[in-house]
Design a protein around this ligand. Structure first.
Ligand code: LMR
Length: 329
């Protein structure tokens, strides 16, 4: 297929000039940082397959996993410049550019998968998507990964006081930084594909991530302790370069939206099953000691994080915090 699909410059499709009946074949480069056997990795591939099927191969989606094209700190700029047409950054990563997205990082803001889905579909999702459009990005969907768990090499994390003095790798989110600082811990923001090395070298003691990321990147082999805390949620905003989107013929936009809807419905259910399977695998491998936080222990953690909610009102504004509170009622 060399030369079959058009090249792209600045998010503009260069039309295919071959005499093959179509003059508008498009390539979507989709860059992401995680492994292929994770919710995002699988969803990106399924989306690619569905798009090709539904557009009769007029749109080809090339998926670049594991940060081989761009890592988190530069993928958003690459999207804006049109060097890639799609990315799916975690909410925390997006908050570097759009601070309101850090609202999704508030600890224990979601207590169940249903609550997360409700937020995606409701007012919270709508407010957050509006911010994207203002920044010249087309928001296509929310994709689930799952709840985050705490890990450490220094000691078990059961009581809030266990965190004091430890250094945790974090995503670049103000709320996540505050979350650890509230427990007397230090933080270091490190790109995803450098985390394994830093755990191994001991420059950070611990981190927080989802089961599928901990499993697929083998973090559990270099972290002796894991607490099933489900304290935060890791999900993604699936984004497209807006000028590119706006230039697509409407019948292709409709087909892409349909492919995205099917992918999203599937991954948001399947991610939960994947989590269970990988947790069993981590348990069987026996590298890491697992503690499941009890209800009483969780109540202690929540108590420590209560002030974060009060501070957040000022930071996120009333509209967003009210929408968040409505979810918790
Ligand atoms: C992380 O850096 O831990 C996550 O954002 C990676 C991802 O995209 O799931």
């Amino acid at each position: 297929l060399v030369g079959f699909y058009p090249a792209f410059t600045n998010g503009k499709a260069v039309l295919d000039d071959e005499q093959d009946g179509f003059d508008d074949r498009y390539v979507i480069k989709f860059s992401h940082v995680v492994a292929e056997n994770t919710p995002k990795g699988l969803a990106a591939q399924r989306f690619a397959d569905l798009v090709e099927e539904k557009t009769g191969n007029r749109v080809k989606v090339e998926v670049y996993p594991n940060g081989i094209l761009y890592s988190e700190p530069n993928e958003k700029q690459a999207l804006k410049r049109g060097e890639v047409q799609m990315i799916a950054p975690s909410f925390s990563n997006l908050s570097v550019m759009l601070p309101e997205w850090a609202v999704m990082d508030l600890p224990y803001v979601f207590l169940s998968d249903d609550a997360v889905q409700e937020a995606f579909k409701g007012e919270v999702g709508q407010i957050l998507f509006e911010r994207l459009e203002k920044n010249n990005m087309k928001g296509l969907a929310f994709w689930s990964n799952g709840f985050k768990q705490m890990t450490s090499n220094r000691g078990p994390l059961t009581d809030p006081s266990d965190f004091a003095g430890q250094r945790f790798r974090i995503l670049p989110s103000r709320i996540i930084e505050d979350q650890f600082n509230a427990l007397g811990a230090y933080t270091a923001s490190i790109p995803f594909n450098e985390v394994y090395r830093e755990f191994e070298a001991g420059t950070v003691d611990g981190g927080e991530n989802t089961i599928s990321n901990i499993y697929s990147k083998k973090f559990y082999k270099v972290q002796k302790y894991m607490t099933i805390s489900n304290h935060g949620y890791l999900g993604y905003a699936v984004l497209m370069n807006k000028p590119f989107w706006d230039r697509l013929p409407s019948e292709l936009q409709i087909a892409i939206e349909q492919a995205m809807k099917e992918t999203t419905d599937w991954i948001n259910r399947y991610a939960v099953q994947m989590d269970k399977r990988y947790l069993e695998q981590i348990q069987q491998d026996g590298y890491t000691q697992i503690h499941v936080l009890s209800d009483n222990e969780r109540a202690e953690w929540m108590l420590q994080w209560e002030p974060l909610y009060r501070q957040s009102e000022r930071f996120f504004g009333q509209e967003l915090m009210e929408a968040i509170r409505n979810l918790q009622r």
